[in-house]
Design a protein around this ligand. Structure first.
Ligand code: NAD
Length: 537
């Protein structure tokens, strides 16, 4: 039986409620007789009802609100729906709709989800964590809302991101929902418009910065070590300098990673490995140019260096394969406006603008991570097409409204030659009688499986080697049929299987590296599979 709760306590507890699917016997035992209409329906019928309702809505934000309410009412049904209809629902529960939901967060707020920490909690974070009802947390996603997708500082409205990411942990990799904790590190916002919105729900002050900011993060991280020592902390959508600073402080001390830096890197690396099956250029010979030199692009480059060195290049040779352009042009060594994470990639070269850089350096691959819509102009794609038989173009900025170019533009402007991937989803494109399925370099290919793997091994930290393992595993699962369609990633509807494979590879590697804190089970894959949440009643 479900629990010792009865009546309304069962019916209105989203974690256990099955609503109309409670059987006659359950209704009797749980004191539900009279509280539900006569009909007992199976979960399949409930799925049908929800999907009908969802498709009847006329905007994605309304669909987001509907699914969010379902998550509160009937968690299993919610996860069954987003797992089974992942291609249809992921763009609603995550990017691009989650971006809109964050912008509107204070306006569409219905019911509090997740955990909020503000500067008023200084010195008491451990104490207030006791208010969270679950005792065995395994994944925490935390943001401070300062760089939400490509949308900037949204303050506490950014809570949509940890909630959405954790929903994907469960839907894509079967992490138990009760073991997930979304955290908003609400230290204010420098977005005056949001702060002055009468409906704003967050800490209505300018952002806490500097020493006090880092001390508060540290108090949180240490409180987690004490209260939830097995929990993975995923840092999400922090402003780039803070993202790097936090990662550098904690990555060798606690079980954590930054998805914008490391998750993005692994998914992009997997796409690059797959692209070489089309371009026939050896991975170790690729010349890669980034537009944007922030956390996403630099994270990709850092993992590329690690991967290239594993292929036998020296670190210097690997660095020389990678070129960056930012808002001020080519990242080169005479510039004095570069951040520490840019310095290894600042080559000795004369200053050039973007187009000049492409013409001079002749990259095989162009990766956009700028948040600047339309930054890949017709000229850019044409020049890449002139230099390469099959130019590889990744327009990674999210949401769709920020993409450097659309899939259609990439195919049309390159006359069908582009090998394209994007950060946000694009529909199939028809060009010259051929259909292309633009692959989405969605971080959801990596982080849920990574989380599952490190949970099972109970890894103490996440070294780069684990991201390399995850990227390789993902790229090996890109089928010939995917490649035939021009897609560099498998279909998302296979995500639970993909996540299981990634988790298996990651956990295995964690044991090899001696960073696993759990004893190795006899049958590792079976143990992972047995752990996975099953959303069917
Ligand atoms: P960031 O703010 O750290 O970096 C942005 C960089 O882009 C900066 O170097 C800036 O100089 C440069 N830039 C901005 N406009 C430019 C322009 N017009 N021309 C040239 N350079 C320009 O941000 P970030 O964390 O690196 O994220 C960047 C984008 O990548 C965001 O839109 C984010 O949503 C996206 N992203 C995608 C994925 C994915 O697809 N898997 C993952 C993470 C981030």
């Amino acid at each position: 039986m479900i629990s010792n709760k009865k009546g309304f306590e069962v019916l209105y507890d989203g974690r256990i409620s099955k609503s109309l699917a409670f059987t006659k016997d359950e209704r009797e035992h749980l004191g539900l007789r009279g509280l539900l209409p006569y009909s007992v329906v199976g979960q399949n019928i409930q799925v049908k009802r929800v999907m009908e309702g969802l498709r009847r809505k006329d905007s994605n934000i309304e669909r987001y609100i509907m699914l969010s309410a379902l998550q509160d009412r009937n968690e299993k049904l919610y996860y069954r729906i987003i797992s089974e209809y992942i291609e249809e629902t992921m763009p609603i529960v995550y990017t691009p709709t989650v971006g809109e939901a964050c912008i509107e967060f204070s306006h569409i707020f219905r019911r509090a989800k997740g955990f909020y920490i503000t500067p008023d909690d200084k010195g008491e974070i451990l104490k207030i964590l006791d208010n969270w009802p679950e005792k065995d947390i395994r994944v925490i996603v935390i943001t401070d809302g300062q760089r939400i997708l490509g949308l900037g500082d949204l303050g506490a409205n950014g809570m949509g991101i940890p909630i959405g990411k954790l929903a994907l942990y469960t839907a894509c990799a079967g992490i138990q929902p009760s073991q997930c904790l979304p955290v908003m590190f609400d230290v204010g916002t420098n977005n005056k418009e949001i702060r002055e919105d009468i409906l704003y729900l967050g800490y209505p002050k300018e952002r806490l910065e500097g020493k006090e900011y880092f001390e508060l993060v540290d108090e949180f991280v240490m409180a987690v070590q004490e209260k939830y020592p097995n929990a993975l902390i995923q840092f999400e959508d922090f402003l780039t300098p803070n993202a790097y600073a936090l990662l550098n402080i904690y990555k060798e001390k606690v079980l954590c990673f930054n998805d914008d830096i490391q998750g993005t890197a692994a998914v992009a690396l997997a796409g690059l490995y797959a692209s070489t099956r089309i371009t026939k250029i050896l991975f170790s010979e690729l010349r890669i140019m980034f537009l944007g030199a922030g956390s996403a692009a630099t994270g990709i480059a850092d993992l590329l260096v690690f991967a290239l060195v594993k292929e036998g290049l020296s670190k210097q040779e690997a660095l020389e394969r990678l070129w960056f352009i930012d808002i001020n042009g080519l990242v080169e060594s005479s510039r004095n406006d570069l951040m520490p994470h840019n310095l290894p990639y600042a080559h000795h070269h004369k200053p050039l603008n973007f187009i000049e850089s492409i013409k001079t350096i002749k990259p095989h691959v162009l990766i956009g991570a700028t948040g600047a819509f339309g930054a890949f102009t017709k000229e850019v794609i044409e020049v890449m097409g002139n230099i390469n038989e099959r130019p590889v173009i990744f327009a990674l900025s999210n949401p769709t409204s920020k993409a450097e170019c659309t899939a259609e533009q990439a195919y049309a402007w390159s006359h069908g030659k582009a090998v394209f991937a994007s950060g946000s989803p694009f529909e199939m494109v028809k060009f010259n009688n051929k259909e292309y399925r633009p692959g989405q370099g969605n971080n959801a290919y990596i982080f849920p499986g990574m989380g599952l793997g490190v949970i099972i091994a109970n890894a103490s930290i996440i070294p780069d080697e684990l991201f390399l393992t995850a990227a390789k595993t993902l790229s090996e699962m890109v089928s010939d049929e995917n490649i035939e369609d021009g897609a560099l990633y498998p279909r998302l509807n296979e995500i639970r299987v993909l996540s299981l494979e990634i988790a298996f590879a990651v956990a295995k590697k964690a044991y090899e590296l001696g960073i696993a804190r759990n004893k190795k089970p006899k049958d590792l894959k079976q143990t992972i599979s047995d752990y996975m949440y099953n959303p069917i009643y």
